[in-house]
Design a protein around this ligand. Sequence first.
Ligand code: CTP
Length: 393
Amino acid sequence: MARVLLVIAGGIAAYKVLDLVRRLRERGHETPAILTEAGARFVTPLSVGALSNAPVLTDLFDLDREREIGHIRLARTADLVLVAPASADILARMAAGRADELATAALLATGAPVLVAPAMNPFMWAHPATARNVARLEEDGVAFVGPEAGEMAERNEAGVGRLASSEAILAAIEALLAPARPLAGRHVIVTSGPTHEPIDPVRYIANRSSGRQGHAIAGALAAAGARVTLVTGPVTIAPPKGVDVRKVETAREMLAAVEAALPADAAVMAAAVADFRVEAAAQKMKKADGPPTLTLTENPDILATVCRATNRPRLVVGFAAETQNVVAYARDKLVRKGCDWIVANDVSEGVFGTDQNAVHLVTARGVEAWPRLSKAEVAARLVERIAATLGSD
Ligand code: CTP
C-alpha cells in the first residue's frame, strides 16, 4: 500500500485517469490528486475526489483547503508522484524547474520517485523542444511510461502520443514502488542486545549493549524480504517492523530460543552474550550477610553451538567487540567458533549506546576495513553482502 500523488495535467486523455484512480484504489493505494488549471478543464475535482476518496487540490478553488492540506505536505508524504496525462506544457515547466502552479510546486518539492505518462499530439511529442525537455527530465531521474502509438482524439491524426494504457502505467508504478527483496523466502535468525544473568531475584549481571546494531540488522533483513526471527535480550529500543521477536533474559534462554528457531538460511549473532552466569541465590541477598561471593559458571557459546549444529545455517555471522588487536582477535574467533564471517567492532573509542560503528568484516577470504558508519549503514552493507552470498548458491 502506497500513497501515489496524481498530478493531472491538461489533455483530452485526462478522463482515462479516472480508471487509473479506481484501479490504484482497488490495489489499496491512496491517491490524493492535484489538478492543473488545464487538467481541471477536462476532469472535475468532484469526479476525481469521488473515486479517490482523498484530497483533490486545484489552483482554482482551493485556497482554503490549501491551508488545511498543503500541496507541499502532499508532495513530501507521497511514495510516488504520477503525472498523467502529462502535456507538452507541463513537461516544459517541469524541465525548467518552474513552480508556477500547485502541481509544479509539488513536483519540485517531492523527494519521491516521479513517473510521467505523456499524452499529446504526435507533432508536439516529436518536436525537438519536447524531446529536449524529456531528455532533461530523464537526466533528473524522472521515469516515463509511454506515450504509445495509435489513433489520436483529433480526427485523422495518428502517431506516437497516446497516453499509455492503464495496465502499462500500473505496471510502471508497481515496478517503481516495489523495493528490491533479494532475501524473499529466506529465514534469518538475529540475536541482539545484552543478556541478564541473575544474581538473586532482584539483581543481575549485564553489559552495555543497547541492541541498536542487532535490531538495525534485523530491520534491514526484513526490508530485504527475509523472514526474520529476532532473539533479543532486555533492551529499551523498539523492535523493527515486520520481524518475529523472541524476548529472552539469560544466555541459556537465548540459546534455547535460537535452537527453537532453526532451521535458517543464515544467522547473525550480534548479541553481547554474558560469558558467565552466576549460581543465583533463591532469596534476595541481605547486606547484613556481608559481601557475597559470586560463583561464576561458563555460559554456553550460542554462536559456536549454532556453527556445530547438524542443521547449521549456510551462513553464520558472528560479532566481536574488541579494544585492541581487532583483526587478529577476530580471525582467531572465526576459526575457534567455526563461523563464516566476523563483524569486528573496535570499541576502544566507545560504541555502546552510540549510533556509529567502526567495523572490519573478517572472512576466510580476507579482511575488509569499513569506514566509520552509522549502525543503519553497517546493517545495510551487511545485508547486501548476505543477500549476495545466499543468492549466489
Ligand atoms: N557469543 C555467543 N554466545 C556466548 C558468547 C558470545 O553467541 N556465550 C557470540 C556473540 O554474539 C558474538 C561472538 O560470539 O557474535 C563474540 O563473542 P565474544 O564474547 O566477543 O567472544 P569470546 O569467545 O567471549 O572471546 P573473548 O572473550 O576473547 O573476547
